[in-house]
Design a protein around this ligand. Structure first.
Ligand code: 13P
Ligand code: SF4
Length: 305
């Protein structure tokens, strides 16, 4: 089948199945082009919750489809490629979190949505990179245990100094591996460029940035900034909407590729197969879903900063 035949078949099947296609910015351009909604983690959760479609066709990673299943148990949630996981989410074992909670009684647990449903179920509240500071400020007491991303936690700690954030040793391999010398070299080569970074980068990388934000925060910033050139320190998938929305602006990335191999597993042929077969279904069992829902709903009730 040609690419346009595939796109047409997907559009037809999505209609027949009453499916909405949700895609994260880190997916390949072909996925952006067939999606009904492309967004960041928070935007995708909100869209999953409000969209009336019977089927949610998720192009992203496993925890994102799980979040949709937590929010919409009556819907069929499909993940384009069931092998698309998130190594950061796998850095918290539920049993390890249970043990840590026993060591820290009365300390609320704030969990990044990049986590399994089981870990969300053990948490008091969730956050994304777009609302982490607002969520942190909303919590009672002076101390908070934050899982799994230690980089996001350190970023939030800096902005919310009135809380003591206890770190979990997780990280996103795609953002964590950025090399400081390489970024400094790139800044010298492109002295006019604004440096934009995702808070999953390490603190020493964030110190080099002029703007820090979630994927949608970075995209919004590029549209409104008077700068003409940007060094973009997040996964390469955002370059596609950035170039489309700002055809006269220039975007640069470090030589070390910023690619999330799991996000790239979602291909249009997978979407077609998933809509044809209505598999693979991601369904969170009710005993995990209900406590996880509390943590996600508490987050959704807090407006973005
Ligand atoms: P956001 O889109 O929420 O910024 O998340 C980044 C990410 O790593 C998703 O896996
Ligand atoms: Fe996980 Fe990082 Fe990939 Fe996001 S970019 S899915 S946090 S590995």
């Amino acid at each position: 089948m040609s690419p346009s035949d595939i796109s047409e078949a997907i559009a037809r099947l999505a209609k027949e199945r009453d499916a909405v296609i949700l895609a994260h910015y880190y997916c390949v351009p072909e996925i952006h082009d067939i999606a009904h909604f492309v967004g960041d983690s928070l935007g995708l959760s909100q869209e999953a919750a409000r969209n009336p479609a019977k089927v949610i066709m998720f192009c992203g990673v496993h925890f994102m489809a799980e979040t949709a299943s937590i929010l919409c148990p009556e819907k069929t949630v499909l993940l384009a490629n069931s092998a698309a996981g998130c190594p950061m989410a796998d850095m918290v074992e539920p049993s390890d979190l249970e043990a840590r909670k026993k060591e820290l009684p009365n300390v609320p647990v704030l969990t990044y949505v990049n986590s399994s449903a089981k870990v969300k179920a053990l948490s008091d509240i969730c956050c994304t990179s777009a609302n982490v500071t607002a969520v942190l400020r909303s919590l009672p007491g002076p101390r908070v245990l934050m899982t799994p991303d230690r980089n996001l936690a350190q970023y939030a700690q800096k902005l919310v100094p009135e809380k003591e954030v206890i770190l979990w040793p997780g990280f996103c391999p795609t953002h964590h591996r950025l090399n400081l010398a390489e970024i400094q070299e790139l800044k010298k080569e492109r002295p006019q460029a604004e440096v934009l970074a995702h808070p999953e980068c390490q603190p020493r990388i964030l110190e080099e940035a002029h703007f820090i934000g979630s994927t949608s925060g970075i995209i919004k910033h590029c549209a409104t900034s008077p700068s003409e050139e940007f060094i973009v320190l997040t996964e390469a998938g955002v370059l596609y909407p950035l170039a489309k929305q700002n055809p006269h602006k220039k975007f640069y990335q470090p030589k070390t590729p910023m690619i999330c191999p799991n996000m790239k597993k979602n291909q249009v042929t997978d979407v077609l197969a998933a809509l044809e077969t209505l598999t693979p279904v991601i369904k969170v069992p009710e005993e995990i879903r209900l406590p996880a829902l509390k943590a996600v709903e508490r987050m959704l009730a807090i407006p973005r900063d």
